[in-house]
Write a protein that binds this ligand. Structure first.
Ligand code: DGL
Length: 273
C-alpha cells in the first residue's frame, strides 16, 4: 500500500492526485484529527507525531510513505528520512520547488529584474523557513516572499471555496505578494489546492500557481516507474483505507470537493493508549 498521512482531511487533495496518477495502487490514509491543527504547533510536536504515524503506517503494510501534510513536510520530513532509511519517503516541498524553479522567469519588463517566487502556507510551514533555504541553495539569485494564510484552512473546511468572504481574504493575503512582482506562487498547504481556481481568478495577473499535490504525484509515479522492485511490493486494487484519530470534521464536504464521492472513515487513535 501507499501510506499517506496528514493532520486531518486536507490530505485528500493529495489522495486525489495519487488516484489520478497512480490509479491502480491501494492506499492507506491516516488523518490525525485528534491532534490537528499541525499548522500552529511547534516543530517537536509535529516531528513526534509524524514519526509515530509513519511507524504505524509501515506496520499496517505501507511500502512507501507520502507526507501529505505540508507542515509535517516542513518540520519532520528530513528527520523521517533519517529515521526510516529503508523506506522511500516523499514530502510536499521538494517536488513543488523543482516545478517552481522550472517555471519562474519574471517576463514583465515593468518588474525589477530577478526571479521572484511566492509561498503561502500555515504559520508553521512559513516559520520553518524551509522553502527559502532550499530555494536559495538551488539558486541564490532568487527572491522568495512568503505569507502565512491561517484563515484558508477553516474557509475550505466550511466549503467556502468560491465565496465573497474568501475572495476578500485572498486579496488581503496575496496583494502584498503580487506587489512584490512574484511570477510563481506555491500553494504550500493541503487545503489550498481547493482554492486554486478562485486564487487564480482573484489575483488575475498571469502568476503561475503551483499545486504541490500534483507535483508530488508526478514524482511518485516517476519513482515507481524507475524502481520496479518497490512498485511490485505495493498492493493493487481499490480497497483503500481511511483512518482518522478522531471524528473527521466535514469529511463528506472535503471528499466531495476532492473526488466527488464519499469515503468511509475508520475512527481509531492508535496513540491514545
Ligand atoms: N495539513 C496542514 C498543512 O498542510 C494544514 C492543516 C493543519 O494546520 O493541520 O500544513
Amino acid at each position: 500500500m501507499i501510506g499517506i498521512f496528514d493532520s486531518g482531511v486536507g490530505g485528500l487533495t493529495v489522495v486525489k492526485e495519487i488516484f489520478k496518477y497512480l490509479p491502480e495502487h491501494q492506499i492507506i490514509y491516516f488523518g490525525d484529527t485528534a491532534r490537528l491543527p499541525y499548522g500552529t504547533k511547534g516543530a517537536d510536536f509535529v516531528k513526534k507525531y509524524s514519526k509515530k504515524i509513519t511507524n504505524w503506517l509501515l506496520k499496517r503494510g505501507a511500502k512507501i510513505i507520502i507526507v501529505a501534510c505540508n507542515t509535517s513536510s516542513a518540520w519532520a520530513a528530513d528527520s523521517l528520512k533519517k529515521d526510516f532509511k529503508k523506506t522511500p519517503i516523499f514530502e510536499m516541498i521538494n517536488p513543488a520547488i523543482t516545478e517552481a524553479l522550472a517555471t519562474t522567469k519574471n517576463p514583465s519588463a515593468s518588474l525589477r529584474a530577478g526571479k521572484k517566487i511566492g509561498i503561502i502556507g500555515t504559520p508553521g510551514t512559513i516559520r520553518s523557513g524551509v522553502y527559502q533555504k532550499k530555494f536559495l541553495k538551488a539558486d541564490s539569485s532568487l527572491e522568495i516572499f512568503s505569507q502565512a494564510c491561517p484563515l484558508f484552512v477553516p474557509l475550505v473546511e466550511e466549503g467556502l471555496v468560491d465565496d465573497k468572504i474568501t475572495i476578500e481574504i485572498i486579496k488581503k493575503y496575496l496583494e502584498p505578494l503580487k506587489e512584490k512582482g512574484i511570477d510563481t506562487l506555491i500553494l504550500g498547504c493541503t487545503h489550498y489546492p481547493l482554492l486554486k481556481t478562485i486564487i487564480e481568478d482573484t489575483i488575475d495577473s498571469g502568476i503561475k500557481v503551483i499545486n504541490p499535490a500534483e507535483s508530488l504525484a508526478k514524482e511518485v509515479k516517476k519513482y515507481l516507474e524507475e524502481n520496479t522492485t518497490t512498485a511490485k511490493k505495493i498492493k493493487r486494487g481499490s480497497k483503500h483505507q481511511f483512518f482518522f484519530s478522531d471524528e473527521p470534521y466535514n469529511l463528506e464536504k472535503i471528499s466531495h470537493l476532492c473526488f466527488n464521492k464519499r469515503i468511509k472513515p475508520i475512527v481509531k487513535d492508535p496513540f491514545n493508549v
